[in-house]
Design a protein around this ligand. Structure first.
Ligand SMILES: O=C(O)CCC(=O)C(=O)O
Ligand SMILES: [Fe+2]
Length: 303
């Protein structure tokens, strides 16, 4: 394969999923419209200017990375709410798993959550990032069927080209086992216009490309992960409680203020394993006991 497949914004989520299942990644054109893109750009410009250069070989020394993006622009939330990204994440991550609890065989499905968010600004003169799998953060094993840990997105804030460092991807590498290493000559550049998005799974080898052009390559990158995995970027310490309270509830939950069934991420409330979301609400709000929810579900499956 010499290029990644690009689908129109009007594609169905199922079409995008089919391409990702085959190639490990897909480009969706015009994922963000022009207005969203302009707002995003003006939201991040000042913070990017104040961001220092990367300080290690993986991050790059002519690249700037702004993390904790949800507190800089509401359009990080626009990306995770987008039906294509949400639908693709749901397909690869919210996969039912049979488990025995006593005599009962139950099916548990994880939630998904944001594991990392960044604006990645590759300047002219930057070299290529080593090709890697993002699920290396959990030392994930391959192949594991469709048990992907992460669905990652890179929304092009500027155009992405072969010359300016458009993300290098090895199509099909999500199916490789752990003994096969990536070769640079197997990778193809992500070429897409500003507003388009590359969506790929955590098992696909990829990396930022070399920027031989005379302009910056800027992308918004977010990882959605299985809700029971540790977040790569520690959201609990990145966003203050006050900042978190300013977000809508769906954003609070996707940033980790929720439990993944049966109760991963609970906090104590009067001796119960409570869903932490009540800590962001007014005093006296409902407190959900995550294991009571679990028992109700179990009962429903038994009957
Ligand atoms: O900047 C890019 O194109 C990719 C960056 C990346 O893959 C990473 O930092 O994990
Ligand atoms: Fe990566």
């Amino acid at each position: 394969m010499t290029t990644l497949t690009t689908l129109d914004a009007s594609c169905s989520t199922d079409e995008a999923i089919a391409v990702i299942e085959r190639d490990g990644g897909v480009i969706i054109k015009d994922f963000f419209d022009v207005d969203v893109l302009q707002e995003l750009r003006s939201d991040i410009d000042a913070a990017m200017a104040a961001t220092p250069w990367g300080q290690d070989d993986f991050s790059g020394h002519r690249t700037k990375r702004l993390y904790g993006v949800f507190q800089h622009t509401k359009h990080a939330a626009t990306a995770v709410r987008h039906p294509h990204y949400a639908g693709i994440a749901e397909h690869f991550l919210v996969v039912p798993k049979p488990v025995y609890v006593g005599d009962d065989l139950l099916e548990l499905s994880p939630t998904y959550q944001v594991g990392v968010s960044s604006i990645i600004d590759i300047h002219p003169g930057e070299g290529a990032q080593p090709l890697h799998r993002d699920d290396t953060v959990w030392q994930w094993t391959h192949p594991e069927g469709y048990r992907q840990a992460r669905v990652q997105i890179m929304v092009a804030v500027t155009d992405f080209t072969a010359e300016n460092g458009g993300t290098m991807v090895i199509p099909g590498s999500h199916k490789w086992d752990d003994n096969r290493g990536p070769r640079v000559d197997e990778a193809v550049p992500t070429e897409m216009s500003a507003g388009s998005a590359l969506i790929w799974v955590g098992g696909t080898f990829h990396g930022g490309g070399t920027n031989t052009s005379d302009s910056n390559r800027i992308g918004l990158s977010i990882g959605l992960d299985r809700g029971y995995l540790r977040q790569e970027e520690n959201a609990y310490l990145t966003y203050s409680t006050d900042v978190m309270k300013s977000f809508d509830e769906d954003v609070q939950q996707v940033l980790g203020w929720s439990v993944c069934p049966p109760g991963t991420g609970f906090v104590d409330y009067q001796g119960t394993m409570a869903d932490p979301i009540f800590l962001l609400k007014e005093e006296g709000s409902e407190v959900r006991n995550s294991y009571a929810d679990f028992n109700d579900n179990a009962a429903a499956l038994k009957s």
